[in-house]
Write a protein that binds this ligand. Structure first.
Ligand SMILES: Cc1cc2nc3c(=O)[nH]c(=O)nc-3n(C[C@H](O)[C@H](O)[C@H](O)COP(=O)(O)OP(=O)(O)OC[C@H]3O[C@@H](n4cnc5c(N)ncnc54)[C@H](O)[C@@H]3O)c2cc1C
Length: 478
């Protein structure tokens, strides 16, 4: 059943649960919660709910579940697959976690932290640093995304190859279930091998199984030293060979290995016109090593790069001489993502293949775009150390909006086919959301679908949790 408007009785029950300031129903008050980060989609909602406590989240969920009213949980709204907005503009409410934003506890002796789900990732990282610890999840959106959103999307980022994805960093969760019941899944334990690991169900569930209200994460010693270098290479094959060598020769101290096609530099310039690639090469690599012990990291990286240049694998290398220079290198990597958003709608992918298949993926994808969609501009970059390539494509500037989106869908379908041909995944780290739901669902085996449906029906029998995200809309759900 779709609810088309909230009756005065329902509104007053909601106000009773969260107070007058915890609810917005006017377009002006709701606007900032209804558009996606990239500006691709504008959604709609019957109301935006902003609970200020876990008890308020529970009260709202009890009410919505009773009414059969769909709820879209929203964190920092930086997701790139329309999971946190109802892009079709249906009769749902958005539930923002932004007011649940306290760090509950940092235990530096046990290297753990507990925070409200709405705590911004950067706030958590800063608080850990002040206690000489590191929370290694790192992504371009860290100034806005929330730890609950990171858990709900199983976020990746630039340090996955050393520390793993959000799934590997989370020790426990606190979740309000669809019917308002609270599950306290905190334990503070690193080893807890007692039955089903329920937190893993909610990690990566994109708001479809419950509302995460608290997150407990693992911390690490703060690195005492970090070395960053920007490299030029002749090909993506050379970059993969370099990565394999670096993993062995740099004593497992690599914390990031990012690949950047030279064509992406133009995009970074849209954000900062003074941006220049430190090395002019068709393929560029940003490598970072870090260590908490006082070892000669600079000597290690300089020696490794010296050999790589001598052997011809690397054509040019700049080792950052200061933290400021390292920041400038990273600004290129972050700027090229922001620059794409400035270009308006474009094809965005998040492909994952075996690391050794990265060159084949990029070569086939570029050939496909050149042959089938001449005039479209391919961009290749990503977390190469994880086999994760964002192969994005900019439309020609003079194409009308409607045609751009229709052709864009064809480009995406072609790219997904190439990834599938290499045994890859259409979502390395961004999730499925509403943008990739059809392809995701179509690709599942009947057994896989049956298990997913059983879990969804058990935890959210009325289908109120984020309808239309990740899974088929409730009405058609098996
Ligand atoms: C510039 C930029 C760079 C990015 N880089 C990366 C990257 O390197 N790696 C990466 O993995 N992602 C990246 N992303 C995508 C995005 O930042 C991540 O997916 C992030 O984890 C989303 O967090 P959020 O709080 O913004 O969640 P939202 O966008 O608000 O929500 C995302 C999904 O999670 C659900 N959700 C949010 N909070 C909760 C909650 N408390 N309980 C239940 N469900 C919830 C929503 O319903 C939605 O389905 C990037 C995005 C941008 C804009």
């Amino acid at each position: 059943m779709t609810v088309h408007r909230l009756s005065p009785e329902i509104l007053s029950a909601m106000e009773g649960a969260v107070g007058r300031n915890g609810i917005a129903v006017e377009p002006a008050g709701m606007a900032k919660y209804l558009g996606d980060w990239a500006g691709d989609y504008q959604g709609n909602a019957l109301a935006v709910l902003r609970p200020g406590s876990v008890a308020e989240v529970q009260a709202l969920m009890r009410l919505c579940n009773e009414l059969g009213l769909g709820v879209v949980p929203q964190g920092g709204n930086t997701g790139l697959v329309s999971g946190a907005i109802d892009s079709k503009g249906g009769g749902l409410v958005v539930l923002s976690l932004e007011r649940l934003n306290a760090i509950r506890q940092i235990d530096a002796d046990n290297f753990t932290l507990r925070a409200d789900a709405g705590c911004v990732l950067q706030t958590i990282k800063d608080a850990c640093e002040a206690r000489d610890c590191l929370f290694p999840l790192a992504l371009g959106a860290q100034g806005s995304c929330q730890i609950g959103g990171n858990a709900a999307t199983n976020a990746g980022g630039v340090n996955v190859l050393r520390y793993g994805m959000a799934r590997d960093l989370i020790l426990g969760l606190e979740v309000v279930l669809a019917d308002g019941e609270l599950w306290n899944g905190f334990s503070g334990l690193r080893k807890n091998n007692s039955g089903y690991d329920l937190k893993q169900l909610f990690i990566g569930s994109e708001g479809t199984l419950g509302i995460i209200t608290g997150v407990e994460v693992k911390l690490f010693p703060k690195p005492a030293k970090t070395e960053t270098a920007y490299l030029g290479l002749a090909s993506f094959e050379a970059a993969v060979t370099l990565f394999n060598r670096a993993r062995r020769d740099c004593s497992d101290l690599i914390s990031a290995f990012e690949i950047i096609g030279a064509e992406c530099i133009e995009l970074a310039r849209l954000v900062d016109p003074t941006t220049r690639a430190p090395v002019p090469a068709p393929v560029q690599v940003l490598i970072e090593l870090s260590s908490s012990a006082a070892i000669d990291l600079n000597g290690l990286l300089a020696g490794f790069l010296g050999d790589a240049v001598e052997s011809g694998l690397v054509t040019d290398a700049v080792l950052a001489a200061s933290t400021a220079q390292a920041r400038r290198f990273w600004a290129i990597r972050e700027g090229l993502v922001e620059g794409q958003a400035k270009r308006g709608y474009h094809v965005r992918t998040d492909l994952s293949v075996k690391i050794s298949d990265i060159p084949a993926l990029i070569e086939q994808a570029r050939r496909f775009v050149a042959n089938d969609h001449p005039g479209w501009i391919p961009l290749a970059y990503g977390h190469a150390g994880d086999g994760n390539i964002h192969f994005n494509v900019l439309p020609p500037a003079d194409l009308a909006e409607a045609e751009t989106r229709a052709r864009g869908a064809e480009v995406i379908a072609g790219l997904y086919e190439i990834a599938a041909g290499l045994g890859g995944s259409i979502s390395a780290e961004h999730g499925i959301g509403r943008s990739r739901r059809k392809e995701f669902w179509a690709g599942l085996s009947p057994t896989h679908r049956r298990m997913v449906a059983a879990l969804k029906n058990a935890l959210d029998p009325k289908g109120v949790m984020n309808p239309g995200c990740l899974l088929p809309a409730t009405e058609t759900f098996p």
